[in-house]
Design a protein around this ligand. Structure first.
Ligand code: FES
Ligand SMILES: [Fe+2]
Length: 447
């Protein structure tokens, strides 16, 4: 089995060590532009990144463009069904070739001097080609593909370095949870082609990643939202955050390789998840229509499976599966991140089910994400503006000795409110960043 540190010289080079102490991380990790640029090289450049879902390019000659880990990409599907990903950067003078977010085409013509590329990125023509002489080779002018490209059950991942383990090894225990997310209810294929909601957040990408596994904040950050729901609709979803939720069966888990999992299913799906939903536009109309068509015994499980998954599955560094949605944080600067929520639907289910899924997926980003975004920006401002206070606290449940191996899978779990998530990914962060910094020294001939 290969690891991310394979082929490194035995050089004990740990340039970030002074930014960590047990239970704390230094504010520079969130605000320093040099560290941010190093992250793009050493971390985003050296691990698997989620780039798209196969359903976003469902048909032959479909393409999308997207920045992932700072690099503009074209992700496309050939007529044979094969999937391709290459840098959206002209091999001539470096221009962005395709300037559309998505479409269906047989090829791409660069707007500057009209070099032309087909759907798999091969260069097919260059105007006035004779000007380059006889040695010019079209094949050498093709758009550069990513170094590795693999899919796991519809989720497309790329690596910009070929020197990474297989995707399956990288996903590890997270793969089984992707399976559970996909195979819920009647297991119809998931479709990610329902529009997306992008937020520009004035905060470091890790403030978002921190929050994705933070089971401590919901009753406090989202207090007003939860109060509106319970005042209007009584004992509805998320009311289980009302008391000491660390005593609940919900938990936080370390999946390895920086991936983590918050499991709310033991509470959210304890009774009928559908019956505990608060009222939403069309709730009764759609429920009645389904019961009429399929009978209550069949309709209720379908409705239950349409509600949020109760899962926060965080695949380091840029895939967050939350409820029924997919979130991608795209780092733009040390203090700027584009965060996109993708709604999902199911292929081949009654239209009412997808309508209900959509109403529920509009709900949290509209009412809850504003709370979270305000906190991301408040953290960034506090961390950036007070040099006298350097450290960020990630100690929750570090010393309470309540963590344990889950007998079902031998993975480490801690109570819901633990900072296990942050301690887990920061460890992965250090491994990748130290390896990257060591490599850079070797390449510079210093070591
Ligand atoms: S930069 Fe693309 S054709 Fe010249
Ligand atoms: Fe939140």
């Amino acid at each position: 089995m290969t690891t991310y540190s394979d082929h490194l010289p035995s050089l004990d080079h740990q340039p970030y060590q002074h930014l960590f102490k047990p239970g704390f991380v230094h504010r520079r990790l969130y605000i320093d532009e040099d560290i941010f640029q190093q992250e793009l090289l050493y971390l985003y450049g050296r691990t698997w990144l989620y780039i798209a879902h196969e359903s976003e390019i469902a048909n032959p000659n479909d393409f999308i463009t997207r920045r992932v880990g700072g690099r503009p990409l074209i992700i496309s599907r050939h007529a044979t069904g094969s999937i391709h990903a290459f840098f959206n950067r002209c091999t001539h003078r470096g221009a962005i070739v395709c300037r559309e977010p998505r479409g269906n085409t047989k090829g791409f013509i660069c707007g500057y001097h009209a070099w032309t590329f087909n759907i798999t990125g091969e260069c097919t023509s260059v105007p006035l080609r004779q000007g380059y002489g006889k040695s010019f080779n079209l094949a050498q002018a093709s758009l550069q593909p990513v170094a590795r490209l693999e899919s796991y059950r519809g989720f497309i991942f790329a690596s910009y370095s070929k020197d990474v383990p297989s995707l399956t090894e990288h996903l590890g225990a997270a793969a089984r949870l992707i399976d559970q997310w996909l195979d819920r209810g009647e297991k119809e294929p998931v479709v990610v082609q329902n529009g997306a909601m992008p937020f520009l957040v004035n905060a470091n990408w890790k403030t978002i990643y921190d929050n994705a596994g933070d089971g401590y904040h919901p009753p406090f950050s989202h207090e007003s939202m939860l109060k509106v729901f319970s005042n209007r609709y009584g004992d509805v979803d998320m009311n289980y955050y009302g008391s000491d939720f660390d005593k609940s069966p919900m938990y936080s888990k370390n999946l390895g390789n920086g991936h983590t999992f918050l499991d709310q299913r033991p509470e959210m799906h304890k009774l009928s998840a559908w019956k505990r939903q608060h009222v939403m536009p069309g709730y009764e109309v759609m429920e009645n229509a389904l019961i009429e068509k399929y009978g209550e015994a069949h309709a209720l499980p379908m409705l239950d499976a349409s509600t949020g998954s109760g899962m926060n599955l965080n695949i380091f560094p840029n895939l967050l599966i939350i409820g029924n949605q997919i979130q991608m944080p795209e780092p733009l600067a040390a203090n700027k991140t584009l965060l996109t929520w993708f709604a999902t639907s199911r292929e081949g289910v009654p239209e009412e089910i997808n309508a209900i899924r959509m109403r529920m997926q509009e709900d949290f980003p509209s009412f809850g994400e504003v709370d979270d975004s305000a906190n991301f920006e408040a953290c960034q401002e506090g961390m950036a503006s007070i040099p006298e206070m350097a450290w960020i606290d990630i100690r929750r449940h570090q010393d309470t000795k309540v963590g344990a191996l889950d007998p079902a899978d031998q993975l480490w779990r801690e109570p819901m409110s633990s900072d296990l998530h942050m301690r887990t990914y920061w460890q992965r962060w250090q491994e990748l960043m130290n390896a990257g910094a060591t490599r850079a020294l070797v390449e510079a001939g210093v070591a």
